[in-house]
Design a protein around this ligand. Sequence first.
Ligand SMILES: [Zn+2]
Length: 337
Amino acid sequence: MSSRLRNSCFVCALSFASSVPLCVAQNTTSTLPPVLDVHVHAVDQSIPGMDVPMCPNTPKFLASDPATKEAPFGWVQDECTPKLYPAAKGEYIKDVVAEMNRLNVTAVVFGDPASVQKWKDAAPGRVIPGTSFNEGMNPGARVPLDELRKDFTTGGFKVMGEIGLQYEGLSPSDPSVDQYFALAEELDIPIAIHMGTGGSGRANVGMTKFRGSMGNPLLLEDLLARHPKLRVQVMHAGYPMIDNMLTLLQANSHVYVDVAGLIWSYPLSEVNRYIQRLVDAGFEDRVMFGTDQVEWPKLMAYSISIIQNADYLTSEQKRDILYNNAARFLRLDTAKK
Ligand SMILES: [Zn+2]
């Protein structure tokens, strides 16, 4: 079982193109204020098809013609500055951990237990472990419930995620997965579920089971009604369904969002408009920073800069998004920073 994957992420779309109180690290020489990245994947090497330089915040998703050989993603191939480069072979974890130390980042790292352990070993005190019930990328393949229970009761895992039902065309309220959410509620483990983003402009080409409609944040309502104590991280903030996302945040105060993936993979003005809408609607204490970190080690610094450069956020709001909101959601044993 050690080789099983439990990743299901926004960037999986790109991969198809070519997948007790906690403590935050205190022993650091960094002078930067701490950052919590609530959405990192425990990969240790390049994903086939993604090991290329990448221009973040693509300005366009291009049309394609089914009569031609279509690439499974639609990003415009413009040049950019800064371009983000993949790590050299075998260097990915080391490079990302160096960035985590430099930027004073603690991260929720999602994956199968063996993969997450590699990250814990590489970045002591900076990894909050997460794992899910998706067994690989095969739709419907599940980790046995008893095994998952052990992961959370004796294995040290703190978050159930990334849950990628949207890639299977399934609603989070589907009865077939309810036992896993019941377990999370019973054990008081927060869940992190992919909602919204995906497809990189061409889900119809690369991901035939993916359904945009299954990313509708309001599909969580029945699940939340069945499990009223469940704490939920809506990954990718349900982008682009802002009205439904706000409706859910209004209706359920146990729901937070992360801006991972979204923050570097859509046009920048759109990203800022979306985050501003969440904040302007009154939910500044429920927006959490995340990257969906894979492949490009400088992605973390780049993504942090989007928040730091947001002229519509106050200094306090930036700190809340970069750290305090996630610390509250994860119940970290740490003071506000
Ligand atoms: Zn995702």
